[in-house]
Design a protein around this ligand. Structure first.
Ligand SMILES: [Zn+2]
Length: 675
């Protein structure tokens, strides 16, 4: 990926892109006292108290891996996008260029009869290119072509900000080329992992059969593909290590980089990929490229052809004939996440339009849903949260004045982006045809790939967004040192004009606090206010920080989602730090806003109680065991119950407002606090 470190509020993996509910009418997603389980004791299990009613009333729809309040809101946004796209797809005279583009993309995607009738014809030129390879020395241009059309083969190549000079955009080569979600899926020996690998191999075999291979041949090829991917997995860095920026930064001269894998023709690759010339790049994890070279030598040309063929069809499966779509869902939806039914086609096509032409569709979404006042209201909250974090830093007992001063400088340098980009991405060069769905995807992918490469050596664009406007999420970018809130999340249950301050601070206030705190979590703290990887801590304060962070890592490692599947406290450390800090400073901001005001009880709860309930309810979520297992292995965010109970366990403020006794489950004797 382009950004090595970019910290979001929640995780939407490609497997979870299956998400959406088969609802006919948009759900109500507001904060709701009726969603509580009043039979539960908030001091014993606060998550159950805040969410129990909701969890019971909202079983997971069959086409879902999980179903939570985030998904409800995403579903409501999807309904809006659906209406936009159905209108845009009508070939009315006088459609503007943006409407034509998204409308025709969507119409082509929806026409499954035409897609079935065409079969794999549109894939043939690329399948032939792979088949005609005569020698492993010819791999580079084929790999470049596959990268341009969105297939993840061998490695990843893109651009990114230099870690030590954030104003410079440089080329970046990273590990990649796997079909399963993470390298650990290839390396773990427990029964579940072995079984998943076997099912994956069968899936690869079936996809090759759908391309016309004989079963025997496809079986042998699938085995070879798994061998190649396992070799790449062995050369890859694990997810926890990848959270350490120092391990991900290796700026080297282009010729030294090429020497890591001399069996691959890098000059040919750059040229075919469309890269501008450059003298040096970030070879994110150099050992990977040595492992890649060894595998190029070891695997046969026939094995590499099978591998490339599989990844080509895998990358495009969603827009191929029905048999491919079903087989793809069967493994990546059913086996990996537990969903039992495929989503209706329109939902998939809405999501693909968002993925391929996100700022064209997002522009129409913003026109329909997001007014100027939305931006202003959010800005007021951001200012309140920044003030609270400043106060929090000043009050810390464990940090020296010298480091506090540096932290203050970094906090003041954080900028914010709210709703949508000032300047919309221009897709005018992307040709979208009503009768060419696969070609549309290829051309949109090529546009994006080229757009990333064109940044190399150019001035940094600080206005760019890495999420589309309808997205229900938010992020902090440590190298931009900015916080970003797409229009999609600035709605109930996060922000609700008709609700009291307590509920809004527990919702969007917590989100803002979470993103701000990312600037000071175990990763974010390693970057300075200018976005450079630079140590601004005294040695003593760094030690104090690490000790407190370890407390959090140990606390969260105790949460379990299924037998043998515990949360990884180190993988989720940054997010847990952000949750804990975010809720604390959101509560401080609420207290600031309540000072000298009347403090009404609403629905029988004080403002502070409503604050915690609003926080808890944002995370109400049912999840299938398969999805939960996938999540603890790969998701840097903790599961919902841990996100809620893990935080309140650390807050004396919570004990006070719910009158809990020392030693109850939500009030352990030992609690953790970083920020
Ligand atoms: Zn986060």
């Amino acid at each position: 990926m382009v950004k090595i470190a970019c910290f979001s509020l929640l995780w939407i993996s490609s497997a979870f892109a299956q998400n959406a509910a088969p609802m006919s009418k948009p759900p109500s997603v507001r904060f709701d006292i009726g969603a509580l389980d009043k039979s539960a004791d908030p001091c014993v299990d606060f998550y159950q108290f805040a969410c129990g009613g909701w969890l019971k009333a909202n079983p997971i729809p069959p086409d879902q891996a999980r179903w939570g309040r985030f998904d409800e809101l995403q579903e409501r946004n999807r309904e809006t996008l659906h209406a936009i796209l159905e209108d845009a797809a009508k070939p009315a005279p006088g459609r503007d260029a943006v409407t034509q583009k998204i409308g025709d993309y969507y119409a082509a995607c929806m026409d499954d009869k035409a897609i079935d009738a065409r079969g794999i014809a549109a894939l043939m030129p690329d399948l032939t290119r792979i088949r005609d390879l005569k020698d492993k020395s010819q791999l580079a241009p084929v790999v470049a072509r596959l990268h341009r059309i969105g297939a993840d083969v061998l490695f990843q190549f893109s651009s990114g900000q230099d870690f030590k000079d954030a104003t410079e955009v440089i080329a970046q080569a990273d590990q990649g080329g796997l079909g399963l979600p993470d390298r650990d899926y290839y390396l773990k020996d427990d029964a579940k992992s072995v079984e998943l690998r076997q099912k994956y191999e069968v899936h690869v075999q079936r996809m090759l059969e759908l391309l016309g291979e004989k079963p025997e041949q496809a079986k042998a090829d699938a085995a070879a593909i798994l061998r190649v991917e396992t070799a790449l997995a062995k050369g890859s860095l694990d997810l926890v290590s990848r959270r350490d920026p120092e391990k991900q930064y290796h700026r080297v001269a282009a010729k030294d980089f090429a020497a890591l894998s001399p069996s691959f023709n890098w000059a040919q690759y750059y040229s075919a990929a469309g890269s501008p010339a450059f003298q040096s790049l970030n070879a994110v994890w150099p050992d990977f490229f040595k492992a890649l070279d060894a595998e190029i030598k070891t695997a046969s040309l026939a094995d590499w052809k099978s591998y490339l063929t599989w990844h080509l069809v895998h990358a495009q499966a969603r827009i191929l004939p029905t048999a491919f779509v079903r087989e793809n869902f069967d493994f990546f939806g059913k086996t990996l996440t537990g969903a039992t039914e495929m989503r209706p086609r329109w939902k998939r096509c809405v999501d693909f339009t968002d993925a391929e032409l996100g700022e064209a569709l997002g522009r129409k979404f913003v026109e329909r849903t997001f007014g100027k006042e939305g931006k202003e209201r959010t800005l007021t909250m951001v200012n309140a949260l920044e003030k609270a974090l400043g106060e929090d830093i000043q009050q810390l007992s464990w940090m020296s004045p010298a480091t506090k001063q540096k932290a203050e400088i970094k906090l003041k340098a954080i900028t914010n982006k709210i709703g949508y980009p000032d300047k919309w991405r221009d897709y005018s060069s992307v040709t979208i045809k009503r009768d060419d769905p696969l070609g549309n995807d290829f051309r949109a992918d090529e546009f994006e790939f080229q757009r990333q490469l064109d940044k190399i050596g150019k001035p940094l664009d600080r206005g760019e967004w890495s999420m589309t406007p309808p997205t229900v999420n938010a992020y902090y970018d440590p190298q931009m040192n900015n916080i970003n809130f797409p229009a999609g999340i600035l709605q109930p249950p996060f922000y609700d004009n008709d609700m009291d301050d307590a509920v809004n601070f527990g919702g969007i206030g917590m989100v803002i606090g979470h993103e701000l705190t990312h600037g000071f979590d175990d990763q974010g703290r390693q970057f300075d206010g200018e976005g450079n990887l630079k140590d601004w801590w005294t040695a003593e304060d760094a030690k104090e920080f690490e000790q407190r962070a370890t407390c959090l890592a140990d606390e969260y490692s105790k949460f379990s989602v299924a037998p043998g599947a515990n949360v990884n406290g180190r993988l989720t450390l940054g997010e847990n730090t952000a949750d804990n800090g975010g809720v604390r400073i959101a509560l401080m901001a609420l207290e600031n806003s309540l000072a000298n005001h009347v403090r009404p009880e609403i629905g029988g709860f004080t403002p502070e109680q409503r604050f915690f309930l609003a926080y808890g309810q944002v995370w109400c979520e049912n999840e299938r065991e398969e999805a939960a297992r996938l999540s603890v292995l790969t998701n840097p965010h903790s599961p919902a119950r841990a996100r809620v109970n893990g935080v309140v366990q650390n807050m004396p403020e919570f004990r006070k407002v719910f009158s809990c006794k020392e030693g109850q489950p939500m009030t352990p004797v030992n609690s953790c606090r970083v920020w």
